[in-house]
Design a protein around this ligand. Sequence first.
Ligand code: A2P
Length: 320
Amino acid sequence: MSPFAPTVTLNNGQKMPILGLGTWLSREGEAVETVKAAIDAGYRHIDTAYLYGNEKEVGQAIREKITEGVIKREDIFVTTKLWNGFHDPENVEEAFNRSLANLNIDYIDLYLMHTPMSYKFVAWEPENPDAASVPEFTEVDYVDTWRAMEKLLNGGKVRSIGVSNFNSEQIGRIVKEYTVKPVTNQVECNPGLNQRKLIEFCKNLDITITAYSPLGRPNYYEKDPKNTPKPALDDVRVAEIAKKYGKTPGQIILRYLVDIGTIPVPKSANEQRLRQNIDIFDFKLTEAEIKVMDGFNNGKRTVPFALCASHKFYPFNSEY
Ligand code: A2P
């Protein structure tokens, strides 16, 4: 039988599986097959975004699995995200409706503000994630965008709202000024950037941390080792722990992230790794092993949003 991820109860009572499939850079044509294989492998939480340009494929895969009788809509937790170009409160509802239409499912479980930084609205097409040019920034305040996101909850087409790439001050401002708390803050989190302080800060507010790039983007390191932090995947200390449990290094890293209280969303287009990545719920690291894994923390980001460093709301200048 396929392994299933347990769920966590969010601060609004909704339940979210504590491991999901990330789909960033799932290439066109690849996303449908990957998401279908993931559902067959037991995944019940899929993470996409308007930016990724694959909402249609993700939705198609989910609908096909519903038609096949493998899942019912309520069995699967679907997250997508509001892109930076749509932060003007006037654009939020339209952006949401476009994502919903792309996914073509009855409702979205979780809608996240992709970052606190607003760009000038250009068009409703997906942004090009590889664009080398610096986007034109605007100063739309993310708390105003949040207020517009809160209103979406009244329409019944989204069950939870949250944020992504927010620092502790930005989270604090939202919590202070508004009635609906984000259910999660989705941030880069892996052994090299283990986010212990942000996890603790958010935990005290009953906000979960979703961990993107949980494996530290080994594909980036392969391509550009000079400018990318070395992921822990190939380290002998991880290999030793893996050997003890009869698991792979990737599984040890994902288990570590669960053990420190996050919800990892690893991406894989490889069926074997896809299956391995969710097969982490039959063991637990000891405190000593968690300490070893903590030793990889160096605070370096593989996703620093360097093009946005001068944005008024750039989140990564504060400590956490
Ligand atoms: P692939 O799709 O060929 O499996 P992250 O989630 O940190 O961004 O990392 C995603 C990258 O890590 C992808 O390139 C993926 O490649 C690779 N990957 C996914 N799962 C594993 C694993 N268990 N071990 C090693 N590499 C993995």
